[in-house]
Design a protein around this ligand. Sequence first.
Ligand code: UD1
Ligand code: CA
Length: 495
Amino acid sequence: MESQTPDSSYEASRDAPLPLDVLILAAGLGTRMRSGVAKVLHKLGNRPLIAHVCRTAAALAPRHIYVVVGHQAAQVEAAVRDELGADAAVTFITQVQQRGTGDAVLAAREVLESSQHHDSSSTLLVLSGDVPFVRAETLGALVHQHRTHRGRGAACTLLSVRLDDPTGYGRIVRDEENRFSRIVEQKDATAEEKLITEINAGIYCFETLKLFPALARVTPANAQGEYYLTDVPAILHRDGDDASIFPHTDAREVSGINTRVELADFERALRIRTVRRLMLDSGVTVIDPYNTYVDAEVVIGRDTTLHPNTHIEGRTRIGEDCVIQSGARIVNSRIGSNVTIKNNSLIIDSEIADNCTVGPFAHLRMNTRLEEDAHIGNFVEVKKSRIGRRSKAMHLTYLGDANIGERTNIGAGTVTCNYDGKNKHQTTIESDVKIGSDTMLVAPVRVGANSVTAAGSVVTADVPANTLVAGVPAKIKKHLQIEETAPAENQNAGN
Ligand code: UD1
Ligand code: CA
């Protein structure tokens, strides 16, 4: 028995000085998904199901997390590592053949019993990789009840909930004194047992030392020919140990996902929760909450408006007073305040400063940065480029690997020819430049400040400051006086 509380343990268990380990079952294929992809890798709110469960488990600050993997083990392990971080105290256990939830836990026996942690006092919290909404607070309360049951703790505590339609779930059979008797699986239940609405959520605490001897006695003598973890509580109970029930009221929270229909239901619930939080806590206007798609980690400022059918994903942050119009998709990007993203624009891994406008039909990607008051218009693609303050590229343009100064205007149909077939090259356009319509900038190339390229120029060599170039290839036609080059705005092709 450990003599002190591990400082990492969850607050609900602080009064009981027992270490907590978590075991997550994630080896199954999930046949009912009818998928080539293991169920726990299916995404909810853009994160794999298993990642949701891992995050909740980690919030309990357990001593160790064990994950039983099988189907697509390498991908499941990667998803877990991705969520928990490379240094997390997590061990993967391979269940070679999926012979049931009992077999899955049994696969962990050797690792758990040989672990330096194994002792009579430890509590093992068993979770399923397909129950993504369960909250750490609920699990903390479950652990607390398990450890304080009748003043000495239970051998096993299982979380139950009542469902209007319990079809498919294991039913909890209680005795005459309303105490736990056993769990009967749907496929093994009699017609009478099927009427029971209290179900096993598949979330349990076990006294680690009692679990494995009982599990070793489980046989596959049932309708599915599987080793059921759900037989263990009854075995313990028959041996005179306490199997306690933790009745929970929020069915959605502890429900599992078995089909794509259920996955879509959960997705919708998560989405509504996120959008409501944005409206209630952050002061965001959402025109149609049921048709707005925002990931849980996105941050949006006050008085920003989201139009219907907007998709805001990943670690995106949007400032105040912005307008995000229909069809916009913004991924892992940072957007300042007072920015308008017009219809059907795609923005990925980019940064947009205050007062910019983008779109309609614009594509920004790969660390593009728009400085304040920059404007990117329709059918413009910008890749790995910086667009300086008050500069504009309003129509039909490709800017790749470009660095553009301030107040520069990029005319319609301009292309930075950045790729020579092997390598990418840089284009630099300094401040107050006017790039004429249909200019080809063959990189690497630089256009100096205040210069002008005539329509249709193919610029193959650097253009000095204050010059006008024209032709194919572009030649210097004229040296410009500084005063001839009025600010680029409202001039040249388009604005
Ligand atoms: C299980 C319970 C049922 C409960 C329901 C709650 C059993 C026998 N039944 O049924 O009482 O009402 O959960 O959601 O436990 N897994 C493995 N290896 C296996 C089999 C399953 O790792 O060999 C994993 C799955 O990947 C999944 C979890 O265990 O994450 C649950 O398995 P699943 O097949 O979904 O169990 P249910 O039939 O839903
Ligand atoms: Ca399930």
